[in-house]
Design a protein. Structure first.
Lengths: 238, 95
């Protein structure tokens, strides 16, 4: 690791503050729900530590409550989280070269939120940055789950309600500056949003697959259009 | 047991690309697609889920518009998050 990994780590921590703000209310609620579902505090905190994936953890609680089998719960978790494969493949192109061990460690921390923050960062991503970003997100998630279970309550109702916008506001806050830079980003996001709406509204696909399919379709289509435009220019010159 | 299983199947898709594509130069087209992925993902993550954060659909609409407005003015992401929380707190006070 180079000398400036320390500052890079701090930069990562700072970039993760908005994720932590968004995670805390969701984690508190998760802890509370886990308690009412009948998990012990150890199981609750361990799930947040080992799985670290909000949507699938919530889903597992409702499946446990329904008395679903272990294998089915694990399979559902896999399907919900397979979208991270696409995100990891995209990040792999953007991170600095480093020992494979470090990369595997920080890949554990890839969530919708940490990915979004990291991927919209300009330039290459350093290992220090990735560790900082993931650590603050992970800590807020794990501690929030434990505290939610222990105090048996979330935030006050009105605050909880207003804070449910936090992660979406963060996604918008990450997207808008890139949209200003080029119409391509606008197309990518709008197209994926449209596809996702169609897939979920028609119930063709479950939420996890809908995000994967919408993202891939939009990313490939926009790239194809760009390729055709480039070819057109080349033949135009000839 | 179940928790460990969930952890393993969550970790595999996150980790695999870093091993599979390590030090490999992917074809330019595929690289282009992967560069597009973040923006497409953001679009799909925001919409339509933002409409369903509360039973009142306007909640998501107003929150998203507030976030968009603050972000468009060039504010930092944390300011965007705080701003839309503030706007929604005001909204739930009055409605």
């Amino acid at each position: 690791m180079s000398m400036n990994q320390g500052t890079e780590f701090k930069k990562g921590l700072q970039a993760g503050i908005s994720i932590a703000i968004g995670y805390v209310p969701i984690a508190l609620t998760f802890g509370l729900l886990a308690k009412t579902t009948g998990l012990s505090i150890g199981e609750t905190v361990m799930m947040s530590m080992i799985v670290f994936a909000g949507a699938s953890q919530y889903m597992s609680l409702s499946l446990i409550a329904l008395g679903t089998g272990i294998l089915e719960i694990i399979l559902t978790t896999f399907i919900v989280n397979i979208r991270h494969f696409l995100m990891a493949a995209s990040l792999n192109e953007k991170v600095e070269l480093d020992r494979v061990f470090n990369r595997i460690v920080y890949s554990f921390g890839i969530t919708d939120e940490t990915f979004s923050v990291a991927a919209t960062q300009p330039g290459k991503l350093t290992t220090g940055y990735m560790f900082g970003l993931n650590l603050i997100s992970y800590a807020s998630w794990v501690m929030g789950s434990g505290i939610g279970f222990a105090i048996g309550a979330g935030l006050p109702e009105t605050l909880q309600q207003s804070m449910s916008i936090a992660l979406y506001a963060m996604f918008i806050g990450l997207l808008v500056p890139s949209m200003k830079q080029g119409v391509k980003v606008v197309f990518l996001a709008a197209l994926a949003a449209c596809f996702n709406t169609v897939f979920t509204m028609t119930e063709w696909l479950s939420t996890g697959w809908a995000i994967v399919a919408a993202t891939l379709l939009s990313a490939v289509l926009v790239e194809l259009v760009e390729l055709i435009k480039k070819k057109g220019k080349v033949t135009g010159v000839e | 047991m179940m928790i460990i299983g969930m952890g393993v199947v969550t970790f595999i898709p996150r980790m695999l690309p870093f091993i599979m594509f390590r030090g490999k130069e992917l074809p330019p087209f595929l690289q282009g697609v992967l560069k597009n992925v973040p923006y497409a993902t953001l679009g799909a993550l925001i919409f339509p889920a933002v409409l369903y954060i509360q039973e009142d659909i306007w909640y998501g609409v107003i929150g998203a518009l507030a976030a968009f407005a603050v972000a468009f003015l060039g504010a930092n992401v944390i300011v965007v998050v705080m701003g839309s929380i503030a706007v929604l707190s005001a909204y739930s006070l009055f409605f």
